[in-house]
Design a protein around this ligand. Sequence first.
Ligand SMILES: Cc1cc2nc3c(=O)[nH]c(=O)nc-3n(C[C@H](O)[C@H](O)[C@H](O)COP(=O)(O)OP(=O)(O)OC[C@H]3O[C@@H](n4cnc5c(N)ncnc54)[C@H](O)[C@@H]3O)c2cc1C
Length: 374
Amino acid sequence: MQKADIVIIGGGIAGTALAYALDNDGDVVLLEAGDQLGAHATGRSAALYSETYGTLPIRALTVASGPFLRHPPPGFTEGPLLSPRPVLHIARADQMDELTRALISMQALVPSINPLTGPECRTLAPLLREAHIAAGILEPNACDINVERLRTAYRDGARQRGARIVTSAPVTALSRQNGFWQVESPAGTWQARIVVNAAGVLSEQVATLAGVPAIGLQPMRRTVSLIDPPAGLEIGRMPFILDIAGAFFLKPEGGALLFSSADNTPVAPGDALPDEQAAARAIQRVQEACGLEIKGPSQSWAVLRSFVADRNPVIGFDPAAEGFFWLAALGGSAIQTAPALSGFAAGLLRGEETPDRLTGLGFTAAMVAPARLR
Ligand SMILES: Cc1cc2nc3c(=O)[nH]c(=O)nc-3n(C[C@H](O)[C@H](O)[C@H](O)COP(=O)(O)OP(=O)(O)OC[C@H]3O[C@@H](n4cnc5c(N)ncnc54)[C@H](O)[C@@H]3O)c2cc1C
């Protein structure tokens, strides 16, 4: 039996960033089921930083993460974490009402948002078909995130701060004995005052192991495809293109084009296979909007994102299980929110108040507390 103060279960971006944020907070152990960190949702995201994405708490956590991502602490990484990738929300003529509504709500949040005419959209993204684009909205300060750099910086920083990271350590049993959690895995057994459930899409299963009531976590499948861009098309500076109704997105990714019909299909937890119909819908929508001739994606895969009913994250101690802390239901945003998310979670673990930089953005701890789901 090994001892720790806090055991974090799950080495995706959420668990790893928290291990880093827990500086001088005692003996921290992170247990990851796989043989490497970040191989699940974290390694397969669209890697975008967008301040208009998601519910109020997500937007607040995103905005509050901006300063860290733009100017990481000295020595945290060897290169920048963000690079410019404006988001262009596009609308057909029959989507203009939707565009106007979206513009009003986005401008209230992000003052740099501005409306564009159809020709202005095509100047930014010449592959868009004239007949398809009536107008757009530009989020000029959105960025690509270098996820690998961010993830490894958190991992290395956590180790430097004394956290022990153990891979190939799937947690198989959890029990509470004499005021401590006993955490069992094939890699060993740990005893700790606090366990943090950062197991991503498998968080509900981890709670079940501990006898903790469910929070209604629902894994949702998203199918993503990659194609080579047409010869001669310069895509390096192309914006992230997002249909205003969320029917598809398209972005440059390492010399290729990444796209999806942005499907959200409820599925059982576990590794999902790509949905061929969703991939076909994505091809059709990209072809309609861009006039690209896509004979078939060079590669398609599916990733699960997990949400609870209100689509807010679940962060905090479970009211029904002493020392059981949730860091879950992070949906489509745990990478762009990682700095503020992990800082807020570490503060809760220390018993601190919500920082002013979050409350000033309308965020409250109650919005993300597990108690709201019971
Ligand atoms: C297509 C797509 C696009 C996305 N785009 C963006 C984006 O642009 N920007 C953004 O911020 N976010 C984006 N996301 C969301 C982002 O990827 C997730 O929010 C984030 O990766 C979740 O991190 P996590 O650490 O909670 O989960 P994961 O990365 O899934 O990590 C959980 C870890 O827990 C481990 N685990 C599970 N059970 C156990 C156990 N019993 N014992 C030990 N370990 C266990 C797993 O092996 C896994 O490594 C996107 C997601 C998808 C699918």
